[in-house]
Design a protein around this ligand. Sequence first.
Ligand code: GLA
Ligand code: GLA
Length: 689
Amino acid sequence: MIANDSTSPGFPRRPLGLDGARRGLHFGADYNPDQWPREVWAEDIALMGQAGVTVVTLPVFSWAHIQPGPDTWDFEWLDEIMDMMAQAGIDVDMATSTASPPAWLTRAHPEVLPVTRTGDTLWPGGRQQWRPTSPIFRRYALDLAQRLAQRYGSHPALIAWHVNNELGCHNAFDYSDDAAAAFRLWLRERYGSLDALNEAWGTAFWSQTYYDFEEILPPRLAASEPNPTQLLDFRRFSSDALRDYLRAESEILREVTPQVPITTNFMVMGDGNAMDYPGWADDVDFVSNDHYLEPGPGAIDELAFSASLTSSIAGHRPWWLMEHSTSAVNWREVNPPKRPGELARDALTHLGHGADAICFFQWRASRVGAEKYHAALLPHAGADSRLFREVEALGASLKGLAELSGSDSVRARAGIVIDYESWWSLTQEFLPHTHLDYRGQLLEWYRALLDLGVRVDVVSSRDELGDYDLLVAPLLHLVPQALRERLEQAVEGGTHLVTTYFSGTADENDHVLLGGYPGALRELLGVQVEELSPLPDDEQVRISGGASDAVGRTWCEVVDVTDESVAVLRRYEEAPGIPGGTPAVTRRQVGAGSATYVSTRLQDEALGALVRELAESVGLGAELPEAVQGEAIASLRRGKDADYWTLTNRGRKALGDSRDVAASLGGRLLAGPDALGIGDAVVVRVARD
Ligand code: GLA
Ligand code: GLA
């Protein structure tokens, strides 16, 4: 049965990370030698040496090569490549190869294939054609994982196990009969009885009452709007089902090789299919993540946001960047290359936020298959290329940064809260506003905080919230009782919390909390709202107080102040249906902290002005030297004898001589170009006495 603990907080965690045995930063890529003739292998290894590659992930998609038939196995090629790696001194992060089952298996057992909500089977011909809940798939896949563990468990090249690959990348939501059966078991465990389930799902609505667990289905395409709690529980279940699969493989691997650490590559910024990664962190020995730069304005902020979030999921212990791209990807509508220097910038930004391994998809650019136009370390043009020279330079630079390995990230004083369940609930279609863009909202607040020249953590709602002085939780839509209490305790203890419209509205069952919005946070904030007033995308409201010409978009509300200790920081001046002078932003002093409510989506300077005001009031001054304040993203790692600052230019203007920047932090330049230009990052070492 799939364990259901999606509501339990994920701390305290056991320490994550690789043992100290093989310290030093890792640098490498997915390597797919079985997609190339043997003649190429020796050249690959020689060039890996030249580039300073220390680790490869293999054989991610090689099941069909390892097991050509149900009872035939071919490990020889893998033995050979593993030995070549050991000889070359390159470590192997060994994937269990279970991400793409062979054609003979899906032919014999089409019932392992995933099914969409409209009932379509996802056929072979791509990858990830498997159901997380299929007992048949599991039998074959676990057998493969076990054989790999037995064969390579004590191989000198093996450094870690890599379970499957990007769990849920293409098969996160499976609506098959296997999924239906597993979903029912999961629901039995969560609710214990049908009465409790009917209550939680609100099935009195539209005659949806269930009288037998067997009547319950995944939220397959229905005649009208689906049940919101069924949708939310299906997201929880789907995350738990993949985590359960991760546990199943891990159990086998741990049994055979208890000494080898296990990871799987998360996709923490995954938009449609982000899983409950903070809840998965305990299931891996070290966290790893994949990140692909989003081209366009704000790309660098999003990059740092992802790195910071991964660090927080890893408990601020070191983690691995398992994949990013040296240049273009192949899966956007238009796929521009990275410009010179951006490869190093992206790598150093992850490193600065705690990555102890800088890896890429993939070593050698494919010449066949769907990913043939995806960049790699070794491009189609070969080693005599601008890109490969940048790769070599990065490898050299990482060698010079070895002393950072094993160092923890230092918590910031300011944090942005990410709550995956609120995110999931806001992806539903039947809401007052369907363009709320949870991820985009977090990024807007993150940017406003970065503009202050402070470090900012992205914090999971499962984390210790009281560790932060200023904590912003935008669109915190679902607030179960336990989270409510944790927020109240944090504020009492001195945290200054900021939250926005459409927060606290519903509980863990997505039931609206009665008595007025923002429901669970009403008392803490000391305000009450009767009616939600979303705005069409092309409308805006005018706000007074703070910046001149302040405007808000997306949402506005008639906010009633219900507590004497509430100060009104901003008022509506012109907003549809809202009397001028109505509070728009309020702040209540509570215990040693405060609780601020922002009832509209403040734009640019208006948001900046509010964030500045709040930061000043809590004594959160700029941490960075003036020359780079707001223009560079800073992250900090603490080593044995030194602190390591990484500064990433956010891309708006050149920031001068890197050595001067290092000196202004009281340290010396350890990596990065001579000038901190647009698209650059530097690492600075500050010795500690
Ligand atoms: C994902 C996968 C890789 C590769 C890359 C391409 O991250 O894990 O196998 O397909 O995408 O960007
Ligand atoms: C229709 C239906 C009602 C209700 C409304 C909502 O009129 O008959 O049951 O769903 O739409 O607008």
